[in-house]
Design a protein around this ligand. Structure first.
Ligand code: ATP
Length: 218
């Protein structure tokens, strides 16, 4: 059975931290593909210095080009509405009915799960992979879940490779990775200060930012 990791985010812009996390998860959990899904943010909400959805999508496409097993879905950007994970998940499920889907999130994003729209439905329909990120303890993940779900969390070492059947008790699988200390905020700050993006984003993304004069404003 095909295994696909769904990796959503604003990707404003995509950076080497995202790519490292995706590569580590794909390798450690033995997923066939990682599908990057940039979210749509309405222009009035984007705030100072954020890039338009079409540019964020294009940069993710550039970053995934020639990286085996990495693909991009324009599904949320094209929907142009608020990006709800449950809707996205159901659309992808309809496109790949036979695949086993995993929802990938960094621990910083997972700690906010209580604020997500209908997160319990997302957790009921899809297994989660939570990755480490510098500055956030992976062990804190259990603390944000109530009762039944707290028992559904466990390390990859116990859940297995994910290429085969996952023990039924698992809904949320913790994957410690060698994460990079890079954020989109740091990339935008660097652009504003006129610094080099070497070591923060892929070369093609740096060239795109330069060519389209992104992140120059406040
Ligand atoms: P910002 O600095 O604008 O808040 P960000 O760098 O956190 O952005 P997002 O697009 O918001 O990037 O993140 C998308 C997903 O990638 C989230 O699940 C987040 O936890 C994860 N992620 C982002 N950066 C890293 C990193 N360096 N290592 C591991 N996971 C990451």
């Amino acid at each position: 059975m095909e295994t696909i990791g769904l990796f959503g985010g604003t990707f404003d812009p995509i950076h080497l931290g995202h790519l490292r996390a995706a590569a580590e998860v794909r390798r450690l959990a033995r997923l066939d593909r990682i599908l990057f899904i940039p979210s749509y943010i309405p222009p009035h909400k984007a705030g100072g210095g954020a890039a338009p959805a079409a540019d964020r999508l294009r940069m993710v496409e550039l970053a995934c080009r020639r990286r085996a097993g990495f693909e991009v879905s324009p599904i949320e950007v094209q929907a142009r509405g608020k990006s709800y994970s449950i809707r996205t998940l159901r659309k992808i499920r309809a496109l790949s009915p036979a695949a086993r889907l995993f929802f990938i999130v960094g621990i910083d994003a997972f700690l906010d799960i209580g604020t997500w729209h209908e997160y319990e439905k997302v957790l009921a329909e899809c297994l989660f992979i939570v990755t480490g990120r510098p500055g956030f303890e992976l062990e804190r993940a259990a603390g944000v879940l109530a009762g039944r779900l707290r028992g559904a969390i466990g390390p990859l070492a116990e859940a297995g490779s994910l290429a085969g059947p996952v023990p039924p008790r698992f809904r949320i699988i913790l994957v410690p990775i060698r994460a990079l200390d890079v954020s989109s905020t740091a990339v935008r700050d660097r652009v504003r200060r006129g610094g080099s993006l070497e070591g923060l984003v892929p070369r093609a993304v740096a060239a795109y930012i330069q060519e389209h004069q992104l992140y120059r404003g406040r």
